[in-house]
Design a protein around this ligand. Structure first.
Ligand code: NDP
Length: 245
């Protein structure tokens, strides 16, 4: 794709690795202004320096999506710098796989806090600005686990089903704000590296090593939805490895 003639201000949560990082790279290369947030600011700073060397507009900011004030400050900084927010990509997420009977309750809370509460905080932080400026676009990264539940993924799936429901309700409420759900299948990233029951995480890692598609494939889908005309809302995209069951 070529450089856009309509550069947008695009906020991306969880841009320090995986899908968020790939999305920042893709959108910056298309000429959009990207504001990237995560907790690992060293990674964000390195990414920003690399992309700026190619002429991109990239603002790295510390962000914890489980902290409402942090999410508000992230949006406020983008508005202070660019005067508007065209798109929010709610991408930050965590997956800690385990059987429900293992009662890994701290990890349940973590997934609910990041995957669901974090998405709600993101919406709360940008929706007033989008309404005031007459439109905007919220892209929520769900998962194929937002369509089906599997053993050891019950709680993770519950958070992703919740994102789908939230997105559909919001979409119907807002006439001028586009809402898109992006649902990846197995994608190369750091998602399986943190938390969960060791055997369940090892199985997920093995499946990913065999099948996973690059994070850039998901970034391309997000860029496609963003670059549609304002009157066109791509409601959902499901992107899976061809060989994934
Ligand atoms: P990664 O682990 O590589 O990326 C997750 C990102 O989320 C990191 O940048 C991390 O940054 C960020 N993050 C985690 N917690 C927080 C927090 N509290 N505040 C701010 N940022 C946070 O995994 P993926 O790229 O795979 O994950 C991106 C999204 O894609 C997730 O929503 C995931 O559920 C979804 N997904 C992934 C699939 C896959 O197979 N990879 C399949 C389906 C969906 P940091 O730790 O620096 O804060």
């Amino acid at each position: 794709a070529s450089i856009t003639t309509h550069p947008k201000t695009i906020l991306i949560t969880g841009a320090s690795s995986g899908i968020g990082e790939a999305t920042a790279r893709r959108l910056a290369a298309l000429g959009h202004r990207v504001v990237v947030g995560a907790r690992r600011t060293d990674r964000l700073t390195a990414l920003a320096e690399e992309l700026r060397a190619d002429g991109a507009s990239v603002t790295p900011l510390e962000l914890d999506v489980t902290d409402l004030e942090s999410v508000r400050a992230f949006a406020a900084a983008a508005i202070a710098e660019h005067g508007r927010i065209d798109v929010l990509v709610n991408n930050a997420g965590v997956m800690a796989l385990s059987a429900v009977a293992d009662l890994r309750i701290d990890e349940w809370e973590r997934m609910i806090d990041v995957n669901l509460r974090g998405v709600l905080y993101g919406i709360a932080a940008v929706l007033p600005q989008m309404r005031a400026q007459g439109g905007g676009h919220i892209v929520n990264v769900s998962s194929v686990s937002g369509h089906r539940a599997d053993p050891t993924a019950a709680v993770y799936s519950a958070t992703k089903f919740a994102v789908a429901a939230l997105s559909e309700g919001l979409r119907q409420e807002e006439r001028d704000v586009r809402v898109t759900v992006v649902s990846p299948g197995l994608t190369r990233s750091e998602l399986t590296d943190r938390g969960g029951a060791p055997d369940a995480q090892a199985a997920a890692r093995a499946a990913a090593e065999q099948l996973a598609i690059p994070a850039s494939a998901i970034a391309d889908a997000i860029a496609f939805a963003i670059d549609q005309p304002a009157a066109v809302d791509v409601n959902e995209l499901i992107i899976r490895p061809t060989a994934q069951g």
